[in-house]
Design a protein around this ligand. Structure first.
Ligand code: NCD
Length: 314
């Protein structure tokens, strides 16, 4: 059960809440694979997707998740919208309130935008990524993928590699995977690891061979160039040499270690293309599949007490 109006991050999710989302998502995963329909779960519910940043997989995943549950899904058009005419986020919130949505899925380039809007709108808000802050459904789908492939998601050695500084995926995963009882190591160049991040209870190293030693899970992050002002890297070639995941570096992990990437990935920059395609170790496409089920679970759990859902079941 999720006793909250919004899902803004994983920083304040309890172990029980995380596990209840994962368990429901497992049911939805099974149903999706076996053509079991859940199209009545959110009938009467209106879901607005509000994506201020370009997104392919996350936006489509939320759209399909809502549609599979029978919600009325509206993609708020932002290219030609009043936002480009200078409307503030808070004015947009009051516009949205007047349209009575029940769920709002928001992605925004600024950290804290989801929180700000959640304080002003009456409906449930799901953060689909705010700046370099949080991306909770990505961390939840990562946790479920790990559990599916390794049979557990606690007591594991998890290496998160690359551009930690600009990654909301890294932040959400640190909170979520630590709450579940895993050890986290962050690996990356000094310029891409925020100082003081050890205070979150994670280990930091700048050497891939050290950091990957006996890892069960290797999570590779994209270089978030759109958030870099420049000056973070000497060159992509040099970055791949030191931090790109390849066979040589994978020799240091546990033999059955899995490889994850939130996508979109840059082959030959943060990961070797053949390794990304190695289905025995890479779970990258599985992450996308699990993502749909996680989003269905979150949309469902956040609206369990919604009066329109009760009306529909009567
Ligand atoms: C991530 C994001 O947008 O933060 N991607 C995603 O949600 N699939 C990671 C990234 O863009 O590198």
């Amino acid at each position: 059960m999720l006793n909250r109006k919004d899902l803004l991050g994983t920083f304040d999710l309890s172990k029980e809440e995380i596990l209840s989302i994962i368990e429901l998502a497992e049911q939805y995963s099974f149903d999706n694979k076996n053509n079991v329909s859940n199209s009545k779960v959110l009938s009467n519910i209106t879901q607005i997707n509000l994506f201020f940043e370009n997104s392919t997989r996350t936006q489509v995943s939320f759209e399909i998740a809502g549609t599979k549950l029978g919600a009325n899904v509206v993609n708020f058009p932002l290219n030609n919208s009043s936002q480009s005419k200078g409307e503030t986020l808070l004015d947009l919130a009051s516009t949205l309130n007047s349209m009575f949505p029940d769920l709002l899925v928001i992605r925004h380039p600024n950290s804290g935008a989801a929180q700000l809007i959640s304080e002003k709108v009456k409906c449930s808000v799901i953060n689909a990524g705010d700046g370099n802050h949080e991306h909770p459904t990505q961390a939840l789908l990562d946790a479920q993928t790990i559990r599916k492939r390794l049979g557990k998601v606690s007591g594991l050695q998890i290496a998160i590699c690359g551009d930690i500084a600009h990654s909301r995926v890294a932040r959400s995963n640190i909170f979520c995977l630590k709450t579940l009882g895993n050890s986290i190591r962050l690996i990356g160049p000094k310029t891409l690891i925020p100082s003081g991040i050890e205070d979150f209870g994670v280990a930091v190293t700048h050497n891939m061979f050290d950091g990957l030693q006996d890892a069960d899970v290797v999570m590779v992050l994209r270089l978030q160039k759109e958030r870099m002002g420049g000056g973070f890297l000497a060159s992509e070639r040099e970055y791949f040499h030191y931090y790109g995941l390849d066979e040589k570096k994978m020799k240091h992990t546990k033999p059955n270690a899995i490889i994850m990437h939130p996508g979109p990935m840059n082959r030959g920059v943060e990961i070797d293309g053949d390794l990304a395609d190695d289905l025995n170790r890479s779970v990258i496409t599985e992450q996308v599949e699990v993502g749909l089920a996680i989003r269905m679970a979150v949309l469902d759990l956040l609206t369990r007490k919604h009066p329109l859902r009760k009306k529909c079941q009567e």
